[in-house]
Design a protein around this ligand. Structure first.
Ligand code: BMA
Length: 843
């Protein structure tokens, strides 16, 4: 052959094989089109959204009203008593049909579902938290295919299962179904037991081999390198040779590869790699949350498969060591003890299928803005969407992850244990590569409930019943889960139940984690927070109403009173509004109207919780974490949250941002003494000047003390201890306020106010607050001044969804305060619209 022709042929061959090499072995086709649904037994079909759920579909078709509006929740209870059918059809072409393997994957079915493909039952699903993968290679036909899913009533299922047991389990209505517990109603959540294809559904076509999953572990870290390994499961259709390659798309480390000879079925393979001079992953406030992209690639003769992972190099441990008080409970990140600052995260929605990535971005960004470094994904909700963990990785938010079991006892039969085993495996495998994931926790308040909540007596258990139920508990939380973790994620600590001791027990203060509910449930005063400091507070909280604008969104004018029917529907704690009122009577004069009550409820929540959080931080390192109850809401409601359903910040969220900053100055009164503590989460000490200024309510500076002090790393240090009377020097405690500042030169590192008397005992005066408005690229800038001391100054632009840079702040005459209102909207009458109130206006 002509040399030129040979060259061209050779070139073409090369190109051809190069192209061939580029063929992916695995293809995905989402089946989210053309869905319709109907109530089983009827033949009326409506358009459906997938992913979605029956309630949102019924709403979209105008069949039910929005259950979040007024008292509508009650009117949709029939939905969960019925069965619902979803169906779609789709065409499969020649090329798709030619694959060696085709699987139908449901990332989530909620919950009891019979799935048929082309008239044949291919799955009976029973667990909302599992991923279902069904081999449909033989069933799928070239041409039109029909997929139909019958969702059985979760209520009916639970009733049937419950009847099989010789005793009644606590929360019998919900525990038999592996379905998000909160949907059955919670003390902040409506009862909306939905069904549907709540996560993506797709076909996976593949040839030869594919990577099923890869666990990327950091084995050793030193300054010059981190040694990691990738443990893979590779699924092969027939024996084949392949190359496994691990690479960094950013060139952060050198690629490594390994030849494999795959057997048919699941192959477990492992490959080590090294990252030179690793940049560690740090939590928010401690450093950068550095991440590395890692590509794990399988190259076979006829194509490749790749998994793209994002990992962080770090060590994280829950350290518990005996000490003179009991036992410590603290997280060490890269060997550094970290005081955990954060809250409990519940699902952002009653209907999680309608959440978007933007919803998660907004939530995590609000956690970051408030200086959080940890969120606890509470066990009565859902294993969160990937987006949640990705954002936590990127923002340095450590995740305390409960498994989804809460406040109840669960069955222990083989079928139940089997589905739980799969659920735990699926979620551990899905989440274990996230740098943010700090701890696996078995459940929320089950050990505590069993020992302290009187279930055994109330439900009349015989000794045998109790033995059986407790042994079923042990099977799940002390055998099954640790066993799966041992296989799938031995790198993280496991904590069987949160809390380890109920708040009535001595040990709750000296070891383990504590849910201290003496305030609120126990009606104890907020000041008890100071006495009940534990090693790690994983729950404590107090309710407040959401902002007035949120209340307006679900009410009519006539509903806007404390005990109206509609307000009671949006208060799920049996005596919630009464409890808020009782606490308010202890501290405040009577608010003049409902809108003022709503505002004062937020101020009180912020003040009360601040007392607790400050006490925890001051007690560092005895206490090494504070996660308040609760961060967010799943619908518009009166609750313990600091951020409402719409993402609006209550007064508490602004306050938390301040208290969670790395440097915090905390003035407080104890036995008629004025004390000031400096708290620091910094890793080195910070020297500066503490200035204590005493003002009367007219703004006159009566006294000023200053002192050189040092904020020591990772602890709270008491820097001032004075008799209050000596400090006041005859001034009235009823009409004065302390401003404490920690300064470095002129720079205010942190500041805080302290009033000496309860609000109802103060000589509060109504403030005249003046303001100037300017516009900037973000929106509006408001500069404020006041004539007398103004507490909890609150700015609002009705019916506008902008964000204030600060709110609920205190002001002293002579000072000005500038805040911005970030909004995308034009507000021509901004000045007229602007509402300003401060505490004294509420009464
Ligand atoms: C906690 C939580 C939830 C509940 C909250 C408020 O203990 O675990 O069960 O919503 O109390 O009561």
């Amino acid at each position: 052959m002509d040399r030129k022709l040979l060259f061209i042929a050779g070139f073409l061959l090369l190109m051809f094989s190069a192209c061939e090499e580029q063929q992916p072995l695995v293809g995905k086709r989402y089946l989210n089109q053309n869905w319709e649904f109907s109530q089983a037994g009827t033949d009326t079909w409506h358009m459906a959204e997938v992913p979605g759920c029956v309630h949102t579909d019924l709403m979209a078709n105008g069949i039910i009203e929005d259950p979040f509006y007024r008292g509508n929740e009650d009117s949709v209870q029939w939905v969960s008593e019925k069965e619902w059918v979803y169906r779609t059809s789709f065409r499969i072409d020649e090329v798709e049909k030619s694959h060696q393997a085709t699987e139908l994957i449901f990332e989530g079915l909620d919950t009891h579902a019979t799935v048929q493909l082309n008239g044949e039952v291919i799955l009976n699903a029973d667990n909302m938290f599992r991923t279902w993968s069904i081999d449909v290679s033989d069933l799928l036909i070239k041409g039109e295919n029909h997929l139909e899913i019958l969702f059985h009533s979760p209520e009916e299922y639970n009733t049937r299962q419950a009847a099989k047991l010789p005793y009644v389990l606590p929360e019998d209505e919900r525990v038999h179904s592996r379905k998000a517990p909160y949907q059955f109603g919670w003390d902040w959540g409506p009862r909306l037991i939905t069904s549907g294809i709540w996560k993506p559904v797709y076909l996976r076509f593949w040839n030869h081999a594919r990577i099923d999953n890869a666990f990327i572990k950091t084995n050793k870290i030193s300054d010059d390198k981190a040694v990691l390994s990738a443990d893979l499961e590779v699924d092969a259709i027939q024996p084949a040779n392949a190359t496994l390659k691990i690479s960094s798309p950013e060139g952060a480390f050198e690629s490594v590869s390994r030849e494999l000879s795959l057997q048919s079925g699941i192959n477990q393979v492992s490959l080590d790699f090294e990252i030179p001079e690793p940049q560690l992953w740090w939590s928010n406030g401690l450093g950068e949350p550095n991440l590395y992209d890692v590509h794990v690639e399988l190259v076979a003769e006829d194509g490749y498969d790749v998994l793209k992972e994002r990992i962080g190099v770090r060590t994280i441990e829950l350290v518990q060591e005996d000490d003179q008080y009991g036992r410590s409970f603290e997280f060490h990140l890269n060997g550094v003890p970290v005081f955990a600052k954060g809250a409990n995260f519940i699902p952002l929605e009653s209907f999680p299928s309608r959440l978007t990535r933007e919803d998660y971005e907004s939530a995590i960004s609000d956690a970051v803005k408030a200086n959080f470094n940890m969120l606890r994904v509470w066990g009565g909700g859902i294993y969160e969407d990937d987006a949640f963990y990705e954002l936590c990785d990127e923002n340095g938010i450590m995740v305390w992850q409960d498994f989804m079991f809460a406040c109840a006892m669960y069955p222990g039969d083989d079928r139940f244990l089997e589905t739980v085993r799969h659920e735990v495996e699926d979620n551990v495998v899905r989440l274990r590569n996230h740098a943010s994931l700090a701890l696996w926790c078995g459940n929320n308040e089950i050990q505590n409930g069993w020992l302290d909540w009187g279930w055994q007596k109330r439900l009349g258990y015989s000794e045998d019943d109790s033995t059986q139920i407790w042994s079923d508990y042990q099977k799940i939380f002390h055998e099954l889960i640790p066993e799966v973790l041992g296989q799938q994620d031995p790198t993280r600590d496991y904590w069987p139940s949160s809390p380890s001791y109920g708040w009535g027990h001595e040990e709750a203060l000296t070891q383990g984690d504590n849910h201290y509910w003496g305030v609120w449930w126990g009606m104890e005063p907020f000041s008890m927070y100071r006495k009940k400091v534990s090693r790690f507070m994983s729950e404590f909280g107090f309710q407040a109403f959401p902002p007035w604008e949120t209340i307006k969104s679900f009410t009519l004018e006539e509903d806007r009173s404390l005990f109206s029917d509609v307000m009671q529907v949006h208060q799920k704690h049996h005596i919630g509004n009464k409890t808020i009122q009782t606490y308010m009577d202890r501290w405040y004069p009577q608010p003049k109207d409902f809108e003022s009550f709503v505002y004062v409820s937020q101020v009180m929540q912020a003040e009360g919780m601040a007392d607790g959080i400050a006490a925890h931080r001051r007690s560092m390192p005895y206490s090494m974490g504070t996660l308040y109850w609760q961060f967010n809401d799943c619908w518009p409601v009166v609750s313990w949250s600091s951020r409402d359903y719409y993402g609006n910040w209550k007064a508490l969220h602004y306050r938390v941002r301040k208290i969670y900053s790395n440097l915090y100055v905390s003035p407080f009164l104890e036995d008629d003494r004025l004390k000031v503590s400096l708290v620091s989460d910094e890793r080195t000490s910070v020297k500066g000047t503490l200035v204590l200024s005493l003002y009367d309510f007219q703004g006159e500076l009566l006294r000023q003390l200053s002192e050189e002090v040092e904020a020591l790393p990772n602890q709270g240090v008491e820097v001032t201890d004075l008799a209050l009377q000596d400090f006041l020097q005859g001034a009235s405690s009823k009409s004065t306020v302390l401003k404490a500042e920690f300064l470095k030169g002129d720079e205010v590192l942190c500041d805080n106010h302290l009033f000496f008397e309860l609000p109802k005992d103060r000589q509060m005066e109504e403030a005249e607050i003046s303001f100037i408005v300017a516009q900037n690229e973000k929106g509006f800038e408001v500069t404020l001044a006041t004539d007398v001391v103004a507490e909890s100054v609150y700015l609002n632009i009705p019916e506008n969804s902008g964000r204030w840079s600060d709110n609920f702040f205190n002001m002293i005459p002579g000072e000005t305060k500038t805040v911005t209102f970030e909004t995308g909207e034009e507000i021509p009458d901004f000045e007229e619209e602007l509402e300003i109130r401060s505490l004294a206006d509420a009464f």
